[in-house]
Design a protein around this ligand. Structure first.
Ligand code: GLA
Length: 714
């Protein structure tokens, strides 16, 4: 159909249509980057460019038209579409024409809103691109509105579609398993598809994280190369599709995984996709990460600019085996150690089925009377007396089949009719699509906060993926469950945020099973992995740091890998949000003195580590050593961490070149966190130029050795 005929068809169908402006360009810019769209002669929207900002309108006009921006199923394109709508009349195709666009200013960002519509069926697709200038971060999402007289069904509904034309594409994914999260793996793309997706539902990131890096050309290094880093803000099934076509062009489609998620849209109803968050750097992965860290702290994470508490957790110190006396004494240990908070983990609830193991009691959130006869109040009072805060573990989305909740409300549980139940960690997931379940889950937090106002923090866990996928509430609309579960979760979290806006919470999911930026809008921090072996943590923290700042990565000193000295374990944990999870009596007096000193140093250095710029200097993947540094935002202070894992006999040790310093300044360099908790008296001074060009001999040939240096500008 020609444009003229289409216009006529649209008008006779009663749809008002603005005349299009062929050749019109819509430019979405951050400080360094630009995405340029052009309206084609056929009135469709094309992505003409995504890259470094050019010199303005004349340059943008010179660009070729490019590829249709948000490709739809059923039209001329031969590859994976962003959108597929099924209609009552059986026509599965959608044609999108440009209608209008506008720009809206927000604090810290500019949002470009482009409205497209099907000229025959009227369905509206609104593409949103929000650009955060100084951070060079974009967010994009899509709103799809059914403008027909009958319901439609969304089959595919991407948040974002981006097009690239580069000589080579290398995608880096972060995958693994429980206690083995975020292993970095590169893969060059050739003709065809590479898909990174998950259909685990509640614990969606257990095997693969919702982020990737895409090198455009040769593999980007920390300091060089063109690289896109993207992540989806959605605590549910996600999918990234990378498809290289016959011409060697790449499309990247990001959004909710459409697997078993056909979504009905009633007349007039709008579906809003989650946000795809991305940044582009021509200076490698280090800059891309720092872009995201800055953006996240300023605009996304709950209390992103605020402080974080150090803590003592009892999970690995006691597991389920504790009573009031033991906890009171651990609260005393928290005080002695000098941390801000004591965090009581799993095992404090259930009476008919006391939580003495992970086999029962999830859902019965009353204090186990014979374990804690004086309730949580006795513990919050003790914490108050000792001058530390009190935090509590909960897992409110889940239920044990052996629980009073399950006995009372089997219809609240996601479980299939006519099938045996399949359990993951002996538990099932509650049906958060049901408003009564939402009230109940909100009530877990609200009830505890009302009864025990001394609670200052929650660790919110979620150990099971959705198994036995079936909702008693959704009835015939079972394919809505995966999506409506997440919407239900967000509506609960919205209520918690509204009533307890300043309550810090840790996002945990059997380790790092739920680590995404939408979740972090509600949580101040996350638990990256149950694996706290410091060697493993070097890799795990390296992996998450590609996308998330140190501020949200909880890192605890535990007894995993006792071969590693407490100093090594603590130094690794200091590169994140520091905590401890051990019995102090397992430490020698020297080790205890070291930890106390390290906590004091950490408190002093928090603004640099948690709010500064992170430079990954030497990758644990590269061999026997690893190093990371943080530079304070004013450039006056820096902290360098260096680790020797298992050096080879007599191996050659190279200097490590520091990054992010001011070349013209002089810096004093002092080793801190010495084994006895003190600081070195040996202070040397170097110029920033020297430190970044010649570097420092950071490494040794000693197994499991580590050092921390503090740099101060003079
Ligand atoms: C999960 C968490 C752990 C701990 C246990 C308690 O595995 O990741 O940190 O809280 O649950 O059962």
């Amino acid at each position: 159909m020609t444009a003229k005929k289409l216009l006529f068809a649209a008008m006779s169908a009663g749809i008002a249509m603005s005349m299009y402006a062929a050749g019109e360009q819509i430019v979405v810019e951050t400080d360094d980057n630009a995405i340029v769209f052009t309206v084609g002669d056929n009135n469709r929207l094309y992505q003409s460019y995504f890259g470094q900002r050019l010199n303005g309108a004349a340059d943008y006009k010179a660009l070729p038209l490019g590829t249709e921006a948000y490709l739809t199923h059923g039209m001329e394109d031969y590859f994976e579409p962003a959108l597929h709508i099924n209609r009552a009349d059986g026509n599965p195709s959608t044609l999108l024409e440009y209608k209008k666009h506008e720009t809206v200013s927000h604090e810290g960002s500019t949002e470009t809103v482009i409205t497209l519509a099907d000229p025959v069926y009227g369905d509206e697709v609104v593409l949103h691109y929000e650009a955060f200038g100084p951070e060079n971060v974009f967010k994009s999402w899509t709103e799809i509105t059914n403008r027909e007289k009958t319901p439609v069904e969304l089959e595919k509904f991407a948040s974002s579609m981006l097009h690239f034309d580069a000589p080579k594409y290398i995608v880096t994914q972060y995958s693994g398993d429980w206690a083995n999260e975020v292993n970095s793996l590169d893969q060059e793309l050739h003709f065809g598809k590479k898909v990174i997706d998950t259909k685990l539902g509640a614990r969606e990131n257990m095997f693969v994280s919702p982020f990737f890096q895409l090198s455009l050309g040769d593999k980007a290094t920390e300091t060089s190369g063109d690289v896109l880093v993207g992540t989806l803000g959605w605590s549910g099934n996600f999918r990234f599709v990378f498809e290289v076509d016959n011409l060697g062009k790449l499309r990247v489609i990001s959004g909710i995984n459409p697997y078993f998620s056909q979504y009905p849209l009633a007349k007039g109803e709008t579906f809003r996709t989650p946000e795809f968050i991305f940044t582009l750097s021509d200076k490698g992965t280090g800059e891309a990460s720092r872009n995201l860290h800055d953006w996240a702290r300023r605009h996304q994470i709950k209390d992103g600019k605020g402080d974080r508490m150090t803590l003592l957790n009892n999970w690995e110190a006691t597991y389920f085996d504790f009573d009031e006396n033991k906890l009171v004494s651990l609260i005393g240990e928290a005080k002695e150690l000098g941390v801000d908070m004591f965090l009581l983990d799993d095992g404090w609830f259930g009476n008919k089925y006391p939580r003495h193991s992970d086999t029962q009691a999830l859902g019965d959130w009353e204090v186990t009377a014979d374990k804690l006869p004086n309730g949580i109040a006795r513990l919050t009072e003790e914490a108050d007396r000792q001058g530390v805060k009190f935090g509590l573990w909960i897992e409110p989305e889940m239920v044990s089949p052996k629980s009073e909740l399950y006995e009372k409300h089997k219809d609240w549980v996601i479980t299939l009719p006519n099938r045996d139940e399949y359990y993951f960690r002996n538990q099932l997931v509650l049906d958060l699509t049901n408003p009564k379940v939402q009230d109940y889950v909100f009530g877990v937090v609200d009830g505890l906060m009302t009864k025990y106002p001394g609670i200052a923090y929650f660790k919110w866990d979620c150990n099971s993926p959705i198994t036995n996928i079936f909702s008693n509430y959704e009835g015939k609309n079972q394919s809505k469950l995966y999506i409506d579960y997440v919407k239900g979760l967000y509506s609960v979290l919205d209520r918690i945020a509204a009533k307890y806006p300043d309550l810090p919470m840790m996002l945990c999911s059997g380790g790092g099973g739920r680590t995404d930026y939408k979740g972090l809008e509600y949580f101040t921090e996350m638990w990256p992995s149950d694996n706290t072996d410091p060697i493993e943590r070097l890799f795990i923290q390296w992996g998450y740091s590609q996308v998330f700042p140190a501020k949200v990565q909880c890192a605890h000193v535990t007894t995993w890998n006792k071969k590693a000295p407490v100093k090594f374990r603590t130094n690794v944990a200091m590169m994140g949000k520091l905590g401890f999870d051990l019995n102090l009596h397992e430490l020698t007096s020297e080790e205890l003195a070291f930890c106390k000193g390290a906590i004091k140093d950490y408190n002093r250095l928090k603004p640099v580590i948690l709010d500064g710029d992170q430079y990954r200097l030497v990758s644990p993947y590269s061999g026997n050593h690893a190093s990371t540094m943080f530079v304070g935002k004013d450039g006056r202070q820096a902290v360098v961490f260096a680790f020797d894992v298992h050096p080879r006999y007599n191996e050659k040790l190279d200097n490590v070149k520091l990054q992010g310093l001011d070349a013209t300044r002089n810096y004093s360099v002092r080793e801190i966190n010495l084994a006895d908790g003190s600081q070195s008296q040996d202070v040397k001074t170097y110029s920033g130029k020297y430190l970044m060009t010649v570097g420092l001999p950071l490494f040794t040939r000693n197994d499991l050795a580590s050092r921390v240096y503090e740099l101060k500008a003079q």
